[in-house]
Design a protein around this ligand. Structure first.
Ligand code: ARG
Length: 505
């Protein structure tokens, strides 16, 4: 029979070690490797709570904390790597303790907890700071878009519907539109964080424990905003993972839409934007090529983001209550999606910051394809009191005739003649004041429209919301750091030999 000191933590029940194949298939050290700090912090908090509640003696706490602290320092110095034969991060940390403090201490630390509540605690802890990283990257991207937008509230470009020229818009309106979508991503991430940052530790395997634990204390020490109370639910559900992945997938779709415009607008045909050489690549055969590869990849990697969400939904959908080993599959897609979303936002921020907006080409395009026809119809409604449908008809025939003649609305004289022949007399000045794209832009004044005043207001409001999100993320980060430092001060005081009652609980 294996004893407490054996390499396996469940030796008692088993007569054979795990087969190599079984271990290789089931170990999770790669997926766990981002959570080493969290696992050690979680163990420190758990040990402090156990001692505070009189569940383990103070001398044992001191011994446990000494070696956990040693493990932490070793990890930070790069000397502690996870060993595959120890299966996961929890057993790696616990074995560190067993090796140095003896099997008994390792064993005592595991009172009133299980790897089931440990793993989901570590995961939430790591995820919450990564969500803040993503928010920071999105805020930086928004900042680039909004400062460009503020400079271009009067620069015209074609606005599209059905990917066809529709009406003139400003470059600032176009770019702030993306910032508005990213603002909703910020909101989603902020709201998801509230549900992520709740502590499952102390749920133990599934049923809670008969020891008189204080789950609120552990939660507070770990910087959680509260306890994820229901023990069975806390260990068995991963909705916080699905929700985070859904947020990241939607963010990815937004990144991809911006990326698509960078790609399309930098084609020869559009020619409205040119990415900086340092954000482009060439061709190994065609010497003339300059490819917007970063934007293409940001668009392409969105497939992986959506895939990681789908993968997780499928993994979790058929599981009965309580922990199931399938749940180990939660982390790889999560880490991957966080990295892709964050890097995508950073890459597009730089690409946009350094790209050249070719405003002459935008002006050329918006002026030659009837983008101001709608405004001409509006003008007749306003000035001649005709119903909109009638004006639509009049301007429709005008456009049809100009196209036949190979003309555009820029030929004011011809516009005047055709309208006058149809019984609608406009002066050349009246025509110029409407069909000129800049003039047309200035006429737009409804709430949220592309007119310079409205766009300036949109940009201002978006900048306020963006910076509020940035402040909240920074506050949340500071709260996590404060909790980390609180735990560290308690650990230090215990190691200095201070009695538990005199500590700052
Ligand atoms: N590696 C596991 C995971 O990621 C940790 C929990 C394992 N629990 C267990 N009873 N085997 O989910």
């Amino acid at each position: 029979m294996q004893t407490d000191g054996s390499e396996k933590l469940w030796g008692g029940r088993f007569s054979a070690d795990m087969a190599d194949l079984a271990l290789a298939y089931s170990e999770s050290t790669d997926a766990d490797s981002p959570m080493v700090q969290e696992d050690i912090w979680g163990s420190q908090a758990h040990a402090l709570m156990l001692a505070r509640c009189g569940i383990i003696p103070e001398e044992d706490l001191r011994e446990i904390l000494r070696w956990l602290e040693y493990a932490r320092q070793e990890y930070e110095a790069g000397r502690m790597t996870l060993q595959r034969e120890r299966e996961d991060v929890h057993m790696n940390v616990e074995f560190y303790l067993r090796e140095h403090a003896g099997p008994e201490m390792g064993g005592r630390l595991h009172t009133a907890r299980s790897r089931n509540d440990q793993v989901v605690t570590d995961c939430r802890m790591h995820l919450r700071s990564r969500l803040l990283d993503v928010q920071e990257a999105v805020a930086a991207l928004q900042s680039v878009l909004l400062s460009l937008a503020a400079r271009h509230t009067e620069t015209v470009m074609p606005g599209y519907t059905h990917t066809q020229h529709a009406q003139p818009i400003s470059v600032g309106f176009w770019l702030s539109g993306h910032a508005a979508a990213f603002q909703r991503d910020q909101q989603r991430l902020e709201q998801t964080y509230v549900r992520v940052n709740r502590c499952p530790l102390g749920a133990a395997a599934l049923a809670g424990t008969s020891f008189p634990t204080d789950r609120r204390l552990t939660a507070a020490l770990l910087g959680f905003d509260g306890v994820e109370e229901h023990s069975l639910d806390a260990v068995g559900d991963r909705d916080f993972v699905m929700e985070s992945l859904a947020d990241l997938a939607i963010l990815g779709v937004h990144l991809s839409r911006l990326a698509e415009e960078i790609v399309v607008f930098s084609t020869y045909e559009f020619g409205m934007i040119e990415v900086h050489d340092k954000h482009a690549s060439g061709s190994s055969i065609m010497p003339q090529k300059k490819n917007p590869c970063l934007a293409e990849l940001a668009r392409g990697k969105t497939g992986r983001l959506v895939g990681r969400l789908m993968q997780s939904l499928m993994t979790f959908k058929g599981l009965i209550s309580g922990y199931n080993r399938d749940l180990q599959e939660d982390k790889p897609p999560l880490w991957e999606a966080l990295a892709i979303a964050e890097s995508g936002a950073r890459v597009l921020a730089e690409t946009m910051r350094d790209a050249t907006l070719k405003t002459d080409r935008m002006r050329e395009l918006v002026g030659k394809n009837f983008a101001t026809a709608t405004e001409l119809a509006n003008y007749l409604v306003r000035e001649r009191g005709l119903p909109f449908r009638t004006c639509h008809e009049i301007i429709g025939s005008l456009v049809g005739q100009l196209i036949q003649e190979g003309e555009t609305l820029n030929n004011h004289e011809r516009v005047r003649e055709i309208l006058s022949a149809a019984g609608h007399d406009l002066t050349l000045e009246e025509i110029a004041d409407v069909v000129d794209p800049e003039a047309c832009l200035r006429l737009q004044r409804s709430l949220g429209s592309t007119g310079p005043e409205q766009t300036t207001a949109l940009v201002g409001n978006l900048e306020d919301a963006r910076s509020d999100a940035e402040v909240l993320a920074a506050e949340r980060r500071a709260a996590l750091l404060a909790a980390r430092q609180w735990t560290a001060r308690l650990v230090e005081a215990v190691l200095e030999g201070k009695g538990l009652d005199g500590l700052e609980w």
